[in-house]
Design a protein around this ligand. Structure first.
Ligand code: HEC
Length: 124
């Protein structure tokens, strides 16, 4: 009995993060990834670089530097929903401005699908 209760607790703990909305709202289809790639090149590559490593032409003057978006390191959160929040709201006191008024939520999820497709798989 005790054993099965533990099992229930463990499986709940695994389900809850997904329930909290950590999943990308837009399925990672080839179209979503392609749309995300164009939106990325348009809005993000000047700072984060064409390949996402943080070395875009505008990065030289910036402090802090634009993050590498294709390594496994996420200073502001690893989950899709945390990355979504950073792109929508920006990072205070840095050149990373929020894009909430500049693109739709769908485009933002497309960009995340694109970044996931070129970067390492997220640590679950
Ligand atoms: C004007 C330059 C600039 C542009 C344009 C820009 N960023 Fe950023 N971005 C930054 C900087 C600088 C940081 C680092 C903030 C820090 O160190 O806390 C950052 C951080 C981030 C982070 C957090 C990374 C982490 O490690 O947690 C994400 C995600 C991100 N940017 C995505 C984007 C996306 C997607 C776009 C395009 C829609 C974009 N950025 C456009 C400058 C920019």
């Amino acid at each position: 009995m005790k054993y099965s209760l533990t099992l229930v607790a463990v499986s709940l703990a695994m389900v809850l993060p997904a329930a909290a909305g950590q999943q990308n709202a837009v399925p990672s289809t080839p179209k979503s990834i392609a749309d995300g790639g164009s939106a990325y090149n348009r809005s993000c590559a000047s700072c984060h670089g064409k390949s996402g490593t943080g070395d875009g032409p505008a990065s030289k003057q910036l402090n802090p530097k634009p993050s590498n978006l294709v390594d496994a390191e996420w200073t502001h959160g690893t989950s899709d929903s945390e990355i979504f929040a950073v792109i929508r709201s920006g990072v205070p006191k840095t050149a990373m401005k929020g894009f909430a008024s500049k693109m739709t939520e769908r485009e933002t999820w497309d960009i995340i699908n694109y970044l996931r497709s070129v970067g390492p798989a997220p640590v679950k």
